[in-house]
Design a protein around this ligand. Structure first.
Ligand SMILES: [Zn+2]
Length: 239
C-alpha cells in the first residue's frame, strides 16, 4: 500500500456537496412560499370579512411579523436541539475512543471490510487514520453519525434565514396595499405571480417540469386563500 497517501484520508462526505450546491435554495423558496401563502390567506380572510383597507394592511403587517418570528423561533429550536443531540453523540464517541481505542479501531476497520477492503489492509488503513486523536474523532463522527463535527449547522443562521425568507414572501401580497392599492386585485395578481415563480423555482431541485410545479403551487395557494376568504365572508357578518 501507499504509505504517503495513507496519511491523507479522503472520506467521502456523502450529501455534503449537494448541500453546498442547492441546499440553501430549497429551504429559502419554501420559507418564502410559506410566508406568501399564509399572509395572502390571512389578508384575503379579513378582506372576505369586508374590513377597511387600513385593517387589511395592519393585518398583513402583523401576519408578517408574527409569522417571521414564529418561523425563526421554530427553526432555531429545531436546529439547536438537533445540534445538541449530535454534539452529545460526538462526546460519547470521544469518550468511547479514549476508553476503548482498540475496540474503536477494530470497528473502523470493520467498516472498511464491509465495503470490500480485505481485513489486513482495512486494519492497516484504520490504524494509520487513527494516529491523530482529533482526526480519529472526525472520521468516527462521519462514518457513524454522518456528520462533520467541524461543520455543524448554526441555529442562528437557520433562524435568521427563515425569518428573512418568510418576511420576503409575506411582503408580496402586502406590497400593493403599501403602495396605495385600494382593492384586493393587485395583491391577488402579485401573489399569483409569486406562487407560480416559487413553484417553478422549486422545480429546479425536483424532477418536475417548471410549469407543472408552478401551476400546482398556484392552485394550492389559491385554494388556501379561497378557503380563508369564504371563512372571512361567513364569519365577517356575524362578528
Ligand atoms: Zn466509533
Amino acid at each position: 500500500m501507499d504509505h504517503e497517501t495513507g496519511h491523507q484520508p479522503r472520506i467521502p462526505a456523502a450529501g455534503h456537496h449537494r448541500d453546498v450546491n442547492g441546499g440553501w435554495l430549497r429551504p429559502a423558496v419554501f420559507g418564502a412560499m410559506d410566508g406568501l401563502v399564509s399572509n395572502f390567506a390571512l389578508m384575503t380572510g379579513v378582506v372576505g370579512g369586508a374590513v377597511s383597507n387600513s385593517t387589511v394592511v395592519l393585518t398583513g403587517l402583523a401576519g408578517l411579523a408574527a409569522g417571521a418570528c414564529s418561523m425563526a423561533a421554530g427553526e432555531y429550536t429545531s436546529v439547536a436541539s438537533q445540534r445538541e443531540l449530535v454534539q452529545a453523540e460526538i462526546e460519547a464517541e470521544r469518550l468511547e475512543l479514549r476508553r476503548n481505542p482498540h475496540g474503536e479501531l477494530a470497528e473502523l476497520a470493520q467498516l472498511y471490510v464491509e465495503r470490500g477492503v480485505d481485513p489486513g489492509l482495512a486494519h492497516e488503513v484504520a490504524r494509520q487514520l487513527s494516529a491523530d486523536p482529533e482526526q480519529t474523532l472526525e472520521i468516527h463522527a462521519r462514518e457513524e453519525l454522518g456528520v462533520d463535527p467541524n461543520d455543524l449547522p448554526s441555529p442562528w443562521v437557520a433562524a435568521a434565514s427563515s425569518f428573512v425568507c418568510f418576511a420576503v414572501g409575506a411582503l408580496l401580497p402586502l406590497l400593493p396595499y403599501l403602495l396605495g392599492a385600494t382593492s384586493l386585485v393587485p395583491a391577488l395578481l402579485v401573489a399569483a405571480v409569486g406562487l407560480f415563480t416559487c413553484g417553478a423555482v422549486v422545480a429546479r431541485v425536483t424532477a418536475r417540469t417548471w410549469w407543472y410545479s408552478g401551476v400546482r403551487q398556484l392552485l394550492l395557494g389559491g385554494a388556501a386563500a379561497g378557503v380563508t376568504y369564504l371563512l372571512g365572508a361567513l364569519i365577517g357578518g356575524q362578528v
